[in-house]
Design a binder for this molecule. Structure first.
Ligand code: NAD
Ligand code: WQD
Length: 338
């Protein structure tokens, strides 16, 4: 089966490309490099020993997408391409709606023209309403998101539900990722945020490598065991396997279904810092600062549905994720830049 991966040069897309190749899928990859670099694609080709077709294109470019569908017998699309920085989405909402919503709509239209009917969408735990009880299950309330980025994911989910209701032979899978961390065990590919990292693990890793002086810990007065925020951190390699499980599911299912991809376990900021120090032997200086506006104290995933229906579970530990993040960051202190 040939799978089109949009945003395949990015953090989660690149790891999923490697897993797809390892599992015997043919891949076609597209990315416009608005948040990634061509070097990621070079490394994917070297690591996998596969010269897969890559197109530098924007998913919103209908001609480019039609060309890709014409050139290849694509059966399934995994749509990673999108913008993901929460703070930036508050400052530049039109850029977020313009990219995340339009790319999803345009991609569905191109798929319709090419009669491709299997769609896997990168959604997020951020679609859940923060007032839900823990853990978030797939039936927990969604919507009322805290920022424009979250709203784009929520809106795309609604759009895809409507599309699948109209196109009865489509198979749409919404994958709600919790907090992806870690890197490929080779240390060759990983997460390289542009500028100051928004997310915790890249901030820790950049502090460890000396690019940041200390880690700001956003709040230590939450009602959590140690006062710092608790999240469900999932190794990106486990997440990549989740996409392969979703493709298998698409083969025997039509409609629109959603799954949490998380571990079911919560880890606090200070626990992650300590796990990183233990896994790497590197001390992480940190300072307790004010809470970050919009942050929730604690959330984690219910994982039963993915286990039962997709036969998928996260397997890697936080310690492995820390060791892998460090291997990537220490061997590539400036990411993909030479
Ligand atoms: P990323 O920024 O590393 O990867 C996204 C890729 O898409 C980038 O390479 C970027 O250049 C590309 N892209 C963006 N807009 C494009 C467009 N219009 N046309 C073509 N390419 C485009 O992000 P990631 O962490 O790998 O996230 C992948 C997906 O998963 C995103 O949709 C994101 O919202 C979602 N997600 C991420 C997280 C997370 O914490 N990383 C959590 C939940 C959901
Ligand atoms: C985790 C914890 C912070 C940085 C975001 C998006 C979400 C999803 C994943 C895409 C929190 C604390 C962080 C730092 C800190 N992305 N922290 N110091 O906020 O759970 O989720 O990324 O869908 O939509 O909102 O992840 O890694 O930013 O924060 O103390 O420098 O680490 O307060 O408790 P978050 P995060």
């Amino acid at each position: 089966m040939t799978v089109l991966v949009t945003g395949g040069a990015g953090y989660i897309g690149s790891h999923t490309c490697l897993e797809l190749i390892a599992q015997g899928y043919d891949i076609v990859v597209t990315d416009n490099f608005c948040n990634s670099l061509p070097e990621a694609v070079n490394r994917l080709k070297t690591l996998s020993g596969t010269d897969f077709p890559f197109y530098r294109a924007d998913v919103r470019d209908a001609d480019a997408m039609d060309g890709i569908f014409k050139n290849h017998e694509i059966e399934c699309v995994i749509h990673f391409a999108g913008l993901k920085a929460v703070g930036e989405s508050v400052r530049l909402p039109l850029m977020y709606y313009g990219n995340n919503i339009a790319s999803t709509v345009q991609l569905c239209e191109a798929m319709k023209r090419a009669r491709v009917k299997k769609f896997i969408f990168s959604s997020s735990a951020t679609v859940y309403n923060g007032d839900n009880d823990m853990p978030y299950t797939e039936t927990s309330r969604v919507g009322d998101c805290a920022n424009p980025y979250g709203r784009t994911k929520y809106m795309c989910e609604q759009i895809l539900r409507d599309v699948s209701a109209a196109e009865k032979d489509w198979s749409v899978v919404l994958l709600r990722y919790f907090n992806p961390i870690g890197a490929h065990e080779s240390g060759q590919i990983g997460e390289e945020p542009d500028g100051i990292p928004n997310n915790l693990m890249p901030y820790i890793a950049q502090t460890a490598v000396g690019r940041r002086e200390y880690l700001p810990v956003f709040g230590a007065d939450y009602e959590t065991p140690d006062g710092t925020g608790v999240r469900d951190y999932i190794h990106v390699a486990d997440l990549a396997r989740g996409h392969v499980a979703a493709i298998r599911y698409c083969k025997q299912y039509t409609g629109c279904d959603e799954f949490n991809l998380g571990t079911g376990r919560g880890t606090s900021v200070l626990e992650l810092v300590s796990a990183f120090e233990q896994a790497t032997g590197v001390k992480i200086p940190y300072r307790i600062e004010a809470r970050r506006p919009g942050d929730l104290p604690l959330y984690y995933a219910a994982t039963d549905k993915a286990a039962k229906v997709l036969d998928w579970r996260a397997e890697k530990t936080i310690a492995q994720a820390c060791a892998d993040s460090w291997r990537w960051q220490s061997r590539n202190p400036n990411g993909y830049k030479a």
